[in-house]
Design a protein around this ligand. Structure first.
Ligand code: C2E
Ligand code: CA
Ligand code: CA
Ligand code: CA
Length: 279
C-alpha cells in the first residue's frame, strides 16, 4: 500500500532475500538427502467406513534431515517441485511403496492397495511411465494394487500430454485417483474424458458435513457425481464418528482420517493390517 514507508519496503526485500536464501539451503540439503537416504514413508490406512476394515494405505513421504530434524512434506515438496528434485524423490517413493505392498501380499496374502501421490512435475516428466513400470516389475507388485493420486490442476494443464501419460499409466493396469477433489477447477467434461477411477473428497467438505446448512450438500454432490461417472469415492480427513455416519448415509463407502488412524510407520501399519486387514 502507498502508506507503507521506505523502511517497510526494505524489510520486505530483506524477507524476500531470506526466503530465497532459505530455499537454496533447503535445495542443497534435499539433494544430499537423496544420497544419504534420509527419506522414509508413513502409511495411512484407508478403511471401509462401515466395518473399519483396512483395504489399503496412502503412502506419505517424510524427510528426517540430519541438520533440521523432521521436515514436513508441506515444506519440502514445493521446493522439490520447483527444483525438479521431486522426480528422483518420487521415483524412490514409488519403488518403496510398491515394495512394501508386495510384502503384505507375499507374507500374508493380503492384497491391500497402496496409494502414491504424484506431483504435476512428475507427470510432465517423460520418464514417469517407465518409472512406474519399473517399480512394478522390480518389486513384483500386482498393478491392480497400485493407485496413483493426481490433482485436478494436472488434468487442466498440458491436456494432450496429460491425456497420453495417464492413458499409458492406465495401460499398465494401475488405478488413478483425483486427490483433494472439489478444491480445484476441473470441469465435468474433463473429468469424464480422463480414465479416472477414484475421487478423493477433500477434507474441507468432510469438515462441514455435520455443520448443517449447506455443509453436507457439496459432499453429497461429489458422491453422487462419483456414482454417475462410475468412480469410487474416498473421503479424506475424517476425524469424528458423526462425519463417518454422515458419509455412510450419503453412500460413501471408503475413507481415511485420524478417527481411524494417523499415518503410521511401516511396522505399525503392518501390525494394524494383520489385525484389521480385509482379505
Ligand atoms: P494429501 O495427499 O492430501 O495427504 C493427506 C494429508 O492429510 C497428510 O498430511 C495426512 O497426514 C493428513 N491427514 C490425514 N488424515 C487427517 C485428519 O483426519 N485430519 C487432519 N487434520 N489431517 C489428516 P501430510 O503427510 O503432512 O502430507 C501433506 C501433503 O504433502 C499431502 O497432502 C501431499 O499433497 C504431499 N505429499 C505427501 N507425501 C507425498 C509424496 O510422496 N509425493 C508427493 N508428490 N506429495 C506428497
Ligand atoms: Ca493424497
Ligand atoms: Ca488429499
Ligand atoms: Ca457408492
Amino acid at each position: 500500500a502507498k502508506t507503507r514507508g521506505k523502511g517497510q519496503h526494505v524489510l520486505f526485500e530483506q524477507e524476500m532475500h531470506d526466503a530465497a536464501l532459505e530455499r537454496l539451503v533447503v535445495e542443497a540439503d534435499l539433494r544430499r538427502a537423496i544420497e544419504r537416504e534420509e527419506f522414509f514413508l508413513e502409511f495411512q490406512p484407508i478403511v471401509e467406513l462401515d466395518t473399519g476394515n483396512i483395504i489399503g494405505a496412502e503412502a506419505l513421504v517424510r524427510w528426517l534431515c540430519r541438520e533440521r530434524g523432521t521436515v514436513p512434506p508441506g515444506v519440502f515438496i514445493p521446493i522439490a517441485e520447483v527444483t525438479g528434485l521431486i522426480v528422483p524423490i518420487g521415483k524412490w517413493v514409488l519403488r518403496r511403496a510398491c515394495r512394501e505392498a508386495q510384502r503384505w501380499t507375499r507374507e500374508r496374502g493380503i492384497a491391500a492397495r497402496i496409494t502414491v501421490n504424484l506431483s504435476g512435475r512428475q507427470l510432465q516428466d517423460a520418464g514417469i511411465v517407465d518409472d512406474v513400470r519399473q517399480a512394478l516389475e522390480e518389486t513384483g507388485l500386482d498393478p491392480t494394487q497400485l493407485v496413483l493420486e493426481i490433482t485436478e490442476s494436472m488434468l487442466m494443464q498440458n491436456t494432450d500430454v496429460s491425456m497420453a501419460r495417464l492413458t499409458a499409466l492406465k495401460e499398465l493396469g494401475v488405478s488413478l485417483a483425483i486427490d483433494d477433489f472439489g478444491t480445484g477447477y476441473s470441469s465435468l467434461s474433463y473429468l469424464q474424458r480422463y480414465p479416472i477411477d477414484i475421487l478423493k473428497i477433500d477434507k474441507a467438505f468432510v469438515d462441514v458435513i455435520d455443520k448443517g446448512g449447506e455443509g453436507p450438500v457439496l459432499a453429497s454432490a461429489i458422491v453422487a457425481l462419483g456414482d454417475t461417472l462410475r468412480m469410487n469415492t474416498v473421503a479424506e480427513g475424517i476425524e469424528t464418528e458423526a462425519q463417518r455416519g454422515h458419509l455412510l448415509t450419503l453412500g460413501c463407502e471408503l475413507g481415511q482420517g485420524f478417527l481411524f488412524s494417523p499415518p503410521l510407520d511401516e511396522e505399525e501399519f503392518w501390525h494394524l493390517l494383520l489385525a484389521r486387514g480385509s482379505r
